[in-house]
Design a binder for this molecule. Structure first.
Ligand SMILES: C[S@@+](CC[C@H](N)C(=O)[O-])C[C@H]1O[C@@H](n2cnc3c(N)ncnc32)[C@H](O)[C@@H]1O
Ligand SMILES: Nc1nc2[nH]cc(C(=O)O)c2c(=O)[nH]1
Ligand code: SF4
Ligand SMILES: [Mg+2]
Length: 209
């Protein structure tokens, strides 16, 4: 990447765009709602079970003008989900300001590991043990979505729930490859601890992106 482009990416005027697609939000509170997804490349959190490892290396995804991303998005939906990769790797200020200027709702899927930037109507925080979320993201999260790969993730879930605000909605979501094993654990746990809800990756059952 040449220096000028790197500077534009650092400012958030360009972003490494992996893919964009119109689909149904599969997970969490907005599950079932049509939304346009913008997937930004770049993540160094390193979840071994990540279902989008192709997103990790930002250099593989073309730096794309943020204004073009927004022009495209607004043709498709009034709800925009920004995901990745880890979107907070980058400065989200320009992207979200432009989305808001266009009257769109801005949602983010984030691990919360980096500085919170951008104007968000909805923050889905999915914290990871390897790189814990910042206090600022915890305080501003609208939903907390813990991925359950094994039993220890239930302990981790309570630890993270203690850090979010009291009206944050709490979800346990099975890690996809372990779903047969962990769904019974989650079901039991939610019945015993009804402040939690179950979230499934419903798009994978529907065979949609
Ligand atoms: C691919 S991540 C991108 C956004 C951000 N890096 C994050 O982790 O929140 C989008 C969502 O998918 C979840 N996820 C990733 N791999 C998963 C898997 N194998 N099973 C269940 N959920 C998964 C993440 O926890 C996150 O909530
Ligand atoms: N349909 C659909 N819903 C999703 N919710 C969060 C996703 C993500 O990868 O961030 C995702 C995704 O990749 N597809
Ligand atoms: S933080 Fe998100 S994108 Fe990064 S490795 Fe973990 S699940 Fe994948
Ligand atoms: Mg996904």
């Amino acid at each position: 990447m040449n220096m000028e482009i790197k500077e534009l990416v650092d400012k958030g005027e360009m972003l490494p765009l992996m893919e964009e697609f119109y689909t149904i939000q599969g997970e969490g509170f907005y599950k079932g709602t049509a939304a346009y997804f913008i997937r930004i490349g770049g993540c160094d959190v390193g979840c071994h079970w990540c279902d989008v490892k192709e997103s990790w290396n930002a250099d593989l995804h073309p730096p794309t003008e943020t204004s073009k991303i927004v022009e495209n998005a607004k043709k498709n939906s009034d709800t925009i989900v920004v995901t990745g990769g880890e979107p907070l790797t980058w400065d989200m200020t320009i992207l979200t300001s432009k989305l808001k200027e266009s009257g769109l709702k801005t949602h983010i899927e984030t691990s919360g590991a980096y500085k919170l930037t951008g104007i968000w109507d909805w923050i889905c925080l999915s914290p990871k043990k390897m790189k814990l979320p910042t206090d600022e993201v915890c305080k501003n999260a609208d939903e907390l979505k813990i991925i359950v790969y094994n039993k220890d993730d239930l302990r981790f879930a309570e630890e993270q729930a203690a850090k979010v605000n009291e009206d944050c909605i709490l979800y346990l979501q099975p890690e996809w490859s372990k779903r047969d094993k962990v769904v019974p654990l989650i079901v039991d746990y939610v019945m015993q601890n009804p402040k939690w809800k179950v979230s499934l990756q419903t798009h994978k059952y529907l065979n949609i992106p």
